[in-house]
Ligand binder design. Sequence first.
Ligand code: SF4
Length: 428
Amino acid sequence: MRSVRFVTYGCKANQYDTQVLREALVRRGLEEQDREAELVVVNTCTVTAEAGRKARQLIRRIGRETPGTRIAVTGCLAESEPEVLRELPGVDWVLGNGEAKRPVNFLRELGHDIDPEELGIPAGVTEFAGHTRAFLKIQDGCDMACAFCIIPKVRGRSVSRSAEELEAEVARLVRAGHVEIVLCGIHIGHWGLDRGSRLAELVRRLAVLRVEDDEGRSLPFRVRLSSIEATEVDDDLLAVLADRPDRVAPHLHMPMQSGSDAVLARMNRWYDRATYLAACDRIRRRLDRPAFTADVLVGFPGEGEQEFAETLAAVGEAGFARLHVFPFSPRPGTEAESMHDRPDPMAVRERRAALSEAADAVAAAYGESLVGARDTVVLEGFVGLSGRYQRVRVAPEELEGLPRAVEVVLARSEEGPGFVGLDPRPVA
Ligand code: SF4
């Protein structure tokens, strides 16, 4: 096989896993193609029924339209339903997370008889070509047991990478031109617990890490936490965020899932509404206008009008900068699959629309509070994400000669949602 195409579904951790495989296969001499290739690697997701359906549909299409193509399926769906995938036309390999996590194993499964030394790749990745942001997977797996989630079954218990390995990888990515490093994983708040350490320690190390170019000049970069449970933002972590807002984006994605204590308990979440909202308050007192984003599930078994009203109110109190609203869909193999009292689908649709509308209003109010604030923006072209997770556009003529990370003053955009970044300057 001389050419390979990658298709990735799902989360940032999956994007990262694909990049690990991409680098290994390209080092073995395979050429990456956007369209037809002799080998297609499909890295799947199983977090929702829809994610699984899309992956199976794509695999069937490849098998139908290009019958000679060989297909290797990996990722969480390969772990949760290998038999179904093996039956699909064109599928030669179904490699669960165990085989695919290490590129050496993956290559061996594909018939490359190599030893790890020969492969010569450092642990992790070296770049995310074409992007200013890079993902860095700091741990994998999860020790919790949320009733709706299949992930612990397909990714296993939490395993953290060493701080030294991660520092080396950050330095490599920054030297490759990435100016934002997104710390991702499955449950990053548990980073370090298996190593006698805590996430705050890793983030502090990265916040003071000096990365130099070939001439010894310090290269600017920042890190962002991809998703962390509200109960895991401890005082040490908050102290790093407060000390180094230039290095650690003041943005926390903290899944809320529901604002009803009864529903949270049924979900096997380990906090109640008051604990979640108290965490938001505590963080807000420590940081300057932090951005909170979150996920909420609507239509979980047992969610009636009262429980939904509590969620709606909690969203207003939390003051989210953005909210992702998902309708509950039962995943086979989860505890929630067999739960009764599922709300009527029509009611779920209405709740989803009502919550999204309320969340938009809350996000607009948060955005208003940022007008006139200075924030750093990591640009891809002339548009980028600010530290507080706002989309910011900077006029091309103002960017001449400036690096891809700039500090700007946020002003309302006349052209629609998002901000215009005024007075761009290099990040100090
Ligand atoms: S914390 Fe809950 S939702 Fe998140 S990966 Fe673990 S089990 Fe799934």
